[in-house]
Design a binder for this molecule. Sequence first.
Ligand SMILES: NC(=O)c1ccc[n+]([C@@H]2O[C@H](COP(=O)([O-])OP(=O)(O)OC[C@H]3O[C@@H](n4cnc5c(N)ncnc54)[C@H](OP(=O)(O)O)[C@@H]3O)[C@@H](O)[C@H]2O)c1
Length: 249
Amino acid sequence: MEEQVAVITGSTSGIGEDIAVKFGQGNYKVVVVGRNIERGNRIVDSIKAGGGEAIFVQSDVSQARECEALFRKVLSTYGTVDILVNNAGTMRNRPITEMEEEDWDDILEVNLKSYFLCCKEAIKIMKEKGYGRIINISSRGWLGGTAQSNYAASKGGIVSLTRSLALETARMGITVNCVAPGMIDTPLHQQSTEEEVSFRMNSQPMGKVGTPRQVTNIVEYFADEENWFTTGQVIYVCGGMSVLASLSS
Ligand SMILES: NC(=O)c1ccc[n+]([C@@H]2O[C@H](COP(=O)([O-])OP(=O)(O)OC[C@H]3O[C@@H](n4cnc5c(N)ncnc54)[C@H](OP(=O)(O)O)[C@@H]3O)[C@@H](O)[C@H]2O)c1
């Protein structure tokens, strides 16, 4: 099989980094995307040191112009895009009465608008070639969480975006799917307060956090050329938390 080109947003850290590293060990040319140049270059170097192929593109994917420039760079370097993993994300938890307009806007821009912008650019390319795999990283938190109305709304928006685009691209050879992680041990998760973590741990059926690799494994499934009949789906990687009612933190 020919090497495929995989664009992974937010791959300078955490879950995205793990996806980039794992894809770099497989049959993929990897485009590492984020704002932090030092971390981006370090990940590209480690992929190349392992015999893989990768570039880093610095991009704030919440900005339309930067997204367009990102995909122009990918086309000029590798000529195509086969896989898009939308993973860039952040969190700013506040009770609703303390949530400022910018807390809402910033989270929605990074977590949801960037997915729309990258999907738009990727689908233009994928539609032409009649092939593509899009994997959107949502969160179990889309089911609801106290002091997370901005984050939950952005992650719920990702599920709706995924389902809508799955229908829109169903006859284009493109699949669009979603992974909804629960607590995964990354720098983002480590931002949570001790109180939040202990509450979630008590509500966690397995009583432990997951690793980024648990998410990567599902991303790989959705990215596989052979899995062409699965689209518009959400797979939870959360140790069973989604089975419980939505929780407060
Ligand atoms: N960890 C968890 O427990 C958990 C649970 C559910 C869902 N998730 C989701 O999983 C995804 C990855 O999270 P993580 O835990 O791996 O967090 P992380 O370690 O903090 O990584 C977040 C990544 O997003 C990138 N990013 C943030 N804003 C960006 C922007 N404007 N433009 C481009 N890149 C941007 C960061 O890169 P730069 O700093 O270089 O820009 C970084 O690479 C997120 O969508 C998150 O919501 C995580």
